[in-house]
Write a protein that binds this ligand. Structure first.
Ligand code: 4AD
Length: 460
């Protein structure tokens, strides 16, 4: 008999009274003289299905079926639990698909997230990871739907690249010949000429530059793929490999970019709340009290837009001893971002118009000569989840900004051509997928919202 998903048994009353086959792993087991009860989970829902073995009625619990982690195939009749009305199965036949010895690492009691991190292949079987992975999947689909419904074209930008988008020197190298010995070659170009690509190459930190290429043809595009950063920062919100959503829109200025970002965040959170009520309840109970209300407030209210210069004034006036001092021109630290979004506005905040020195070369230079039309979206609890900007569309200004940063213009020839051949105002942003998952679930550590986190010193 074909097996039925446990999720369907919970959602569909039509199975009541019918004989079905279900499969899954044993989460808890209770055995006594007359009765035995198993909680079976097949991953399709957070709900465990109770399997009832009535020994007086001839039911048999096979020796290996009562072990935590064992995988079973169970045939029986679906009935309603007399206490809470949830479905359960009166087992008629239990087949052990895979035995599970007593050293199975997931014991019944709640385990710390730190402990679970050491066994990613096992932690994925916990309720927490079941919920996290389902929310990731639902939100990824929502992101695609949001852009597709609005006519954006999904573009796949290269992961191996010759140009560093953010210019922060955080690219992982890609080489088949290794790294040059210091002092042996005149320059890196000479050394890498023999390498696979005939030049130095790395893993992309962002698909933006190629995304702009596509937007200058298709108008509205988005990418959704991995980005890589060799940042040596061991924090709760950095991983070396993260999933990056990057829309890029022709004929868009900074206010348009902000509007799209706000609309997208609200859309994907609303979709998550609708499609994952069980998961949301679980996160609310286990990880963040008030999560549902927080998300509802985000969906129902306008985000704040605050000028960087005003934010600096707020921070200077703040009655807080910041670890890093605040001056106009400084890059905001996590403590500053959190103060602004958590203490002052208590909601998502778009900070705009940053000093040009602390931002990337491609950002549109404002008429004041000091700032660029950039924006970061800061949210309470997580900090920055989006970074974006209007792009500098003027060839001469762009070249000047690149030269000021000592960049090799030859490596960006295609990019500069965009400003030569029919340049238009345009802009876009990058959303860190894991960061928005943290925000939506209340998980405090980015390592706990991705299957196999890659961080400094850790590549299990
Ligand atoms: O602010 P970032 O560096 O912006 C860009 O890469 C632009 N090229 C995006 C664009 O305009 N198309 O990164 C964008 C977002 C950040 O706000 C953050 O959410 C996420 O990417 N991010 C990371 N997430 C996890 N781990 C890391 N190491 C991350 N670095 C950036």
């Amino acid at each position: 008999m074909k097996h039925i998903d446990v999720r369907d048994i919970f959602e569909d009353k039509e199975y009541l009274g019918k004989t079905v086959t279900v499969c899954g792993w044993v989460r808890t087991a209770r055995d006594s003289k007359n009765m035995a009860f198993l909680a079976l989970n097949d991953g399709t829902t957070l709900n465990h299905l109770q399997i009832v073995i009535d020994k007086n009625a001839g039911g048999v619990l096979p020796a290996e079926a009562g072990k935590l982690g064992a995988s079973l195939k169970v045939e029986g009749v679906v009935v309603e639990n007399v206490n809470d009305g949830s479905p359960e199965i009166n087992a008629e036949k239990i087949e052990v698909l895979g035995k599970c010895p007593d050293d199975y690492p997931l014991q019944k009691k709640f385990q710390k997230l730190e402990t679970l991190r050491e066994k990613p292949h096992i932690r994925v079987r916990t309720n927490t990871f079941n919920a996290v992975l389902r929310v990731r999947s639902v939100m990824a689909a929502a992101i695609h739907r949001f852009f597709q419904e609005r006519g954006y074209v999904y573009v796949n930008t290269p992961l191996i690249t010759g140009s560093d988008c953010e210019g922060a020197g955080e690219m992982f190298k890609v080489t088949t010949i290794g790294y040059p010995e210091p002092g042996k070659y005149q320059n890196e170009e000479e050394y890498y000429a023999d390498d696979f690509f005939g030049q130095k190459a790395g893993l992309s930190v962002s698909g933006q530059l190629e995304g702009e290429v596509a937007a200058m043809a298709m108008g509205k595009i988005y990418t959704f793929g991995p980005s890589f950063r060799a940042e040596n920062s061991n924090t709760l919100r950095h991983v070396a490999e993260f999933w990056h959503v990057e829309p890029e829109v022709a004929f868009a200025e900074l206010p348009d970019v902000i509007e799209i970002a706000e609309e997208m965040i609200k859309y994907i959170l609303r979709d998550y709340m609708e499609k994952c009520p069980d998961e949301l309840k679980f996160f609310e109970q286990r990880f963040e009290k008030g999560l549902t209300e927080k998300l509802r407030n985000v969906i129902d209210n306008d985000f704040e837009i605050v000028d960087y210069t005003d934010a600096i004034e707020l921070l200077k006036k703040a009655d807080v001893d910041f670890e890093f001092p605040v001056e106009w021109g400084c890059d905001l630290q996590s403590e500053h971002e959190r103060y602004i979004t958590e203490k002052v506005y208590k909601k998502p905040v778009f900070l705009i118009n940053y000093p040009k020195e602390i931002k990337s070369f491609y950002m549109k230079q404002n008429p004041d000569g000091k700032t660029v039309a950039a924006t970061d979206l800061l949210v309470p609890g997580v900090g920055e989840i989006i970074g974006g900007s209007e792009r500098e569309a003027d060839y001469d200004k762009l070249v000047a900004a690149m030269k000021a940063r000592g960049m090799n213009l030859d490596a960006y020839k295609d990019y500069l051509d965009l400003r030569k051949y029919g340049s238009v105002p345009h802009g876009g942003f990058g959303l860190g997928f894991e960061r928005v998952i943290m925000y939506a679930t209340g998980m405090a550590n980015i390592r706990d919202v991705i299957l196999y986190p890659r961080t400094v010193g850790s590549i299990r």
